[in-house]
Design a protein. Structure first.
Length: 534
């Protein structure tokens, strides 16, 4: 792969930690030939009008991934310069612009300065790329994440755009949606900066292919909040934090599974104008007294058995149980002793396997099944050093794919791994993470094939865990590319929440759902589960 000749624009010879991470992910794509370091970038402050926001900024934005660190230019030429201010915009001095033009870089990456005037005059084939933390269709300007939390949005946009003289209005080469932690501004921003790092690589690959993400810059141009608005913001965070603590201490999700022969999703997906549907609870198993709930159901390859997670009342750990699909009677316990969940069955060369989630204590494991019993386990080659959440196998055109989240970012990042066989060895897909979006990133069931089209199921974790699913059509899937589009949102009937896992077989569905109930020992059981997984 031919490397791109690049120029970096930075402030005072430094970048933030997430920017340094973004560059590190592009080592095989970029040749940085020039670092242009601006030494007079300044932000005009109004300390009396925005004092409370500045304090919030100091404790929320400065720490962690946004902390600045010196940039090692390596063999690249370095130019130090003072920009020319035109109101809020900055312009490169002529000698710097001429030097960049003489180099003829493929791309300029702007990690410094504020608003750059006339970026189009620089002689670079792919333009000047810059990050914006906000969805320009709704949020332009600044500050990042503040108004999204205030307005109770389901996510925060992050984009890499080709700069123009329109504020946040350039062509977008890569976009993601970062999870908002609605009670914590600092964690919201840390998520956004963490999710920014992989987008630079995606933007460079897309720019080289000529792929642009459609997203009009029609959003409101926001400004720094007043002291009164910042005070209201802090009060809102406090209320949400208290509500979260009370919920964790006394409210419990009571999960169960349901089997339906009357409900299918093919008709809804065929109706291109329909974007939402609701599932109705039907036949449900009786949960034995040893267990708190059943969840994560999958049909066996022959459709006669259902595999599900059963949460042990005694240990707080998930066990994998089997149920008869016809009667929903529990027929056995397949895995216990450590936490197991999301037991996807896989058929390969006539043999059956279980691929459960074991991220709390191990890298992915494949368990062989014979006569309804586990008879052995195997580590998956190439994935020995990663903890994967809700790993989901799919085979197409003699390639084996594993869709999964990594444990540190599973709520809004989905990764893809590609290998020649079920056991591997697997390699990371070059577009990882293939999805950055809390409304659909985490896997919610096996890949579905309907009328020759592929569909991926993703949990909606925007506001809480497991309250609904987006079905996304996979429009590109191979060892080099991946693309999908949201098609159908799936909820439960009124009075119930979920689903967060769906499986289909021969026109029938099995899915999970939950009810929220008061439980004096809810906090104790949560603590027990956390301690057991340490």
């Amino acid at each position: 792969m031919q490397r791109l000749k690049a120029v970096l624009i930075v402030d005072d010879g430094a970048v933030t930690r997430w920017q340094k991470d973004a560059l590190g992910r592009c080592r095989d794509l970029l040749d940085v030939v020039l670092v242009a370091s601006c030494r007079n970038t300044a932000v005009k402050r109004r300390p009396l009008q925005h004092l409370l926001y500045y304090l919030l900024n100091f404790v929320s934005i400065r720490p962690g991934p946004n902390r600045r660190t010196p940039l090692d230019p390596g063999k690249a030429e370095t130019i130090v310069f003072d920009s020319v201010y035109e109101n809020a915009w900055q312009r490169l001095p002529d000698q710097v612009a001429h030097r960049i033009d003489a180099i003829r870089p493929d791309v300029v990456i702007k990690f410094g300065m504020n608003l750059l005037k006339d970026p189009h005059v620089l002689g670079c084939r792919l333009g000047v790329m810059s990050f914006h933390h906000g969805d320009p269709a709704k949020y332009r300007g600044r500050p990042a994440g503040f108004y999204e939390i205030l307005n109770h949005e389901d996510s925060m946009g992050v984009i890499v755009q080709k700069l123009s003289n329109t504020l946040d209005g350039g062509a977008i080469y890569a976009a993601g949606h970062s999870k908002i932690v609605h009670h914590n501004y600092r964690k919201t921003l840390a998520n956004a900066y963490r999710n920014s790092a992989p987008l630079l690589r995606k933007a460079l690959l897309n720019a080289r292919r000529g792929t642009v993400v459609p997203n009009p810059a029609t959003g409101r141009n926001y400004r720094l909040p007043s002291n009164a608005m910042a005070a209201a913001f802090l009060l809102l965070l406090a209320k949400r934090k208290i509500a979260r603590l009370l919920y964790g201490a006394f409210i419990e999700k009571r999960w169960n599974i349901s089997v339906s022969k009357r409900q299918a999703l093919s008709a809804e997906l065929a109706d291109g104008g329909r974007t939402e549907t609701a599932l109705v609870r039907e036949s449900c198993p009786r949960i034995p007294g040893d267990y708190v709930f059943y969840a994560d159901p999958f049909f066996s390859p022959d459709g006669e058995t259902i595999f599900a997670e059963a949460l042990s009342r005694k240990t707080g750990l998930g066990e994998i149980v089997s149920l008869a699909a016809s009667s929903l009677a529990t027929t056995g316990v397949l895995l216990k002793g450590q936490h197991h969940s999301y037991p996807q069955p896989v058929e390969d060369d006539g043999a059956w396997y279980l691929l459960p989630e074991v991220a709390a204590w191990s890298s992915p494991l494949l368990f062989a099944l014979e006569d309804g019993r586990v008879v052995g386990e195997t580590q998956i080659e190439g994935l020995e050093d990663v903890r994967l959440v809700d790993a989901t196998h799919f085979c197409r055109d003699d390639l084996h794919y594993i869709f999964a989240g990594r444990s540190e970012a599973a709520f809004d990042n989905l990764n893809l791994y590609v290998g020649p066989s079920l056991r591997g060895p697997y390699l990371e897909h070059p577009m990882n993470p293939i999805v950055i979006d809390p409304s659909c990133a985490r896997m919610a069931g096996a890949i579905m094939t309907i009328d020759g089209r592929l569909y991926r199921l993703g949990q909606d974790n925007s506001f809480g865990y497991g309250n609904g699913i987006w079905i996304c059509e996979i429009t590109a899937l191979d060892a080099e590319s991946y693309a999908e589009e949201k098609r159908l949102r799936v909820r439960m009937e009124s009075g119930l929440s979920g689903p967060h896992t769906i499986d289909s077989r021969d026109g029938g569905l099995v899915f999970d759902f939950y009810e929220e109930r008061f439980a004096p020992l809810a906090g104790y059981r949560r603590l027990l589960g956390l301690l057991a997984n340490r």
